[in-house]
Design a protein around this ligand. Structure first.
Ligand code: HEC
Ligand code: HEC
Ligand code: HEC
Ligand code: HEC
Ligand code: HEC
Ligand code: HEC
Ligand code: HEC
Length: 403
């Protein structure tokens, strides 16, 4: 992606980035209430704190293979500290300028020493004013894109220029082209979905700077690992249970809750963000939009809702884990098709009766990629809508490959 391309318009929000942002307005989204952490804990147990999280290195000693493969996944990479690997945007002079449609506003991205900086340059040369902020955190694996955060004291804000993998530097989602906005606070729910832990000291956006764990780590889904590690390293284990959560042993609803924590929309926190632990009923912590059979569901960020509409899901005990092993990066349609055949077995009544070959790719016809209306770019006068895989498994008349 060459610098100097002009993105001729407004970048409308990617819902999951800033779920409640208004289209085309640079104003921060309305903030969901953040209940008091200490008084509003629902369960008997205390909410986990930063010190309860040991980090993946503590698991690698005994689960090395799982850690290595997991570190290649989008979950592990979804938030990182800024460095040459984690920031995908280009800092090479010439490619490091993002010009807006406003001739009096451009942005410059620079590396100085160990730091990475974003500068808004306003006005006409030589009468320009500048504002510079340092990249503090990187959000997004970059499969689709990344957005960047900066610290002002202990407050976290979004940087105005993001990176979209197909286009390069772009206006951050929900930001109006041609305006430099450094004022959007980063609320805890954003970090709850994209990181393991942040010690939120005061809403909407104050955090303890030594109190966070970036990336979705092993303990996000398995719970703090201290008891388990102690048990596995002591000669005479005192407890009979493993001391760690294994979602394979959860009932179906709790397995779905684990993924719904982050894959069923933004929702409204009912209890302190970062206090939920897998295995507990999610609806005590988070109010998710009520499923409405007639409502339009966008393919982006609503895998739980869409899957729940599928007959496969309704007529079996399917969960997300039927097809996904979150410890490895999976993108091969052939191996996903094998999961379909596990239920729709050839030579049984479950296998489709007409014109079906067991060796075909079931995915592109029955889970086609669809445009999302929640991520729309006005790009050089054209509307660009990225495609997301739908999780409503059914017969599509216009599916790829059908004729
Ligand atoms: C409810 C959980 C949730 C919240 C809140 C949320 N996100 Fe996301 N975000 C996701 C999920 C899930 C995906 C990817 C799956 C999809 O596209 O459906 C995603 C995708 C992204 C991506 C693209 C990553 C890539 O490379 O594909 C970025 C960047 C991102 N989010 C940033 C943010 C930022 C910044 C915030 C807060 C201001 C935020 N998100 C709030 C869950 C969330
Ligand atoms: C000292 C070695 C050791 C360390 C360190 C360790 N584990 Fe384990 N883990 C084991 C062994 C051995 C088992 C199998 C125990 C069994 O089946 O009873 C196990 C089992 C598990 C299970 C399945 C538990 C169950 O109830 O079925 C999970 C999940 C797990 N480990 C996660 C982790 C995570 C996450 C970490 C890092 C926080 C970690 N482990 C650190 C040795 C270790
Ligand atoms: C996004 C959630 C998630 C994350 C992150 C995660 N796991 Fe798991 N883990 C699961 C689920 C769900 C299961 C049960 C189904 C399965 O086995 O895939 C599981 C099962 C396990 C098991 C027991 C089953 C087995 O195969 O022996 C171990 C051990 C384990 N995970 C270790 C880890 C380690 C180590 C990490 C970090 C490198 C990690 N997990 C990260 C969700 C997660
Ligand atoms: C703590 C929040 C969280 C939880 C819990 C979670 N996810 Fe995710 N998941 C995300 C985010 C955020 C992304 C997007 C990461 C990115 O690209 O930056 C994502 C991405 C994914 C992807 C796309 C991976 C890729 O390579 O593009 C799959 C598949 C997925 N999640 C499945 C699951 C399943 C299945 C579960 C339940 C076992 C689960 N997730 C639990 C937050 C979560
Ligand atoms: C856990 C078992 C299971 C898995 C895995 C599964 N299905 Fe199904 N599927 C079912 C059941 C049960 C039905 C309902 C059959 C009935 O009611 O006659 C069904 C129905 C369907 C239907 C008809 C839907 C409709 O609306 O009429 C299609 C198409 C389908 N499955 C395709 C797939 C594809 C493609 C995959 C893999 C991506 C898949 N299924 C994976 C169990 C499964
Ligand atoms: C019947 C099989 C099946 C089930 C069940 C399933 N998925 Fe998927 N999922 C897929 C396939 C196939 C893909 C496409 C993978 C690819 O092309 O890289 C996918 C992709 C994804 C992606 C990436 C979407 C994108 O386009 O970027 C996410 C996120 C995801 N799944 C989450 C979930 C969650 C959460 C659940 C449970 C609510 C779930 N999946 C249940 C088959 C399944
Ligand atoms: C070229 C597109 C295409 C591919 C590939 C495809 N399907 Fe279908 N499928 C359809 C269409 C169209 C229908 C509805 C018309 C029909 O019954 O033939 C259908 C119907 C079904 C049904 C409904 C039950 C029935 O008997 O009609 C199931 C279940 C199903 N497919 C499963 C699968 C599985 C499993 C695979 C992978 C082995 C697969 N499909 C591959 C297009 C496809």
């Amino acid at each position: 992606m060459k610098a100097g391309h002009i993105f001729g318009g407004v970048l409308i929000p990617l819902a999951a980035w800033v779920a409640s942002a208004q289209v085309g307005t640079p104003k921060p989204p309305p903030l969901p209430p953040l209940p008091n952490v200490t008084t509003q804990s629902n369960s008997k147990r205390p909410a986990p704190t930063r010190d309860d999280y040991l980090g993946d290195a503590a698991c690698a000693k005994c689960h090395e293979e799982k850690v290595d493969s997991f570190h290649q996944t989008a979950h592990a990479l979804t938030s990182r500290l800024p460095d040459k690997q984690s920031i995908l945007g280009n800092f090479t002079p010439g490619d490091n300028i993002f010009a807006t449609s406003n001739p009096e506003l451009s942005f410059r991205m620079e590396k100085k020493g160990n730091g990475f900086y974003q500068t808004a340059v306003q006005g006409m040369s030589p009468y320009t004013t500048e504002r510079t902020e340092q990249f503090g955190l990187v959000i997004g694996s970059g499969g689709k894109g990344q957005t960047y955060l900066f610290w002002k004291g202990d407050e976290l804000f979004q940087l105005p220029v993001s990176y979209w993998t197909q286009l390069g530097w772009v206006n951050s989602p929900g930001y109006r082209d041609g305006i430099a906005n450094f004022d959007r606070p980063i609320i805890p729910r954003c970090l709850e979905c994209h990181a393991t832990y942040f010690d939120s000291t005061a809403p909407p956006n104050r955090y303890r700077k030594a109190g966070f764990v970036v990336g979705i780590t092993c303990e996000k889904c398995h719970g703090p690992g201290g008891n388990h590690v102690e048990r596995e390293t002591s000669k005479t284990p005192v407890t009979s249970d493993s001391g760690i959560l294994n979602p394979a042993k959860f009932p179906r609803e709790r397995q779905m809750d684990l993924c719904a924590w982050c894959h069923a929309g933004h929702g409204t926190p009912l209890l302190a963000t970062f206090s939920y632990l897998p295995g507990e009923p999610l609806d005590h912590y988070l109010e998710l939009p009520k499923p409405d059979a007639n409502a339009e569901v966008d393919v982006h960020g609503s895998q739980v809702e869409l899957l729940a509409r599928s007959r496969c899901f309704q007529s079996s005990s399917m969960t997300c884990l039927t097809c996904h092993d979150v410890h490895v990066a999976q993108h091969d349609p052939v191996s996903f098709s094998r999961q379909c055949l596990a239920c729709h077995k050839p030579d049984t009544a479950m296998f489709p009766k007409h014109d079906h070959d067991a060796a075909s790719n079931c995915i592109d016809c029955h889970m086609p990629r669809q445009d999302t209306n929640l991520i729309v770019f006005d790009w050089k006068g054209k509307k660009v809508r990225p495609q997301v895989r739908t999780h409503w498994i059914k017969v599509y008349s216009t599916a790829a490959g059908s004729n």
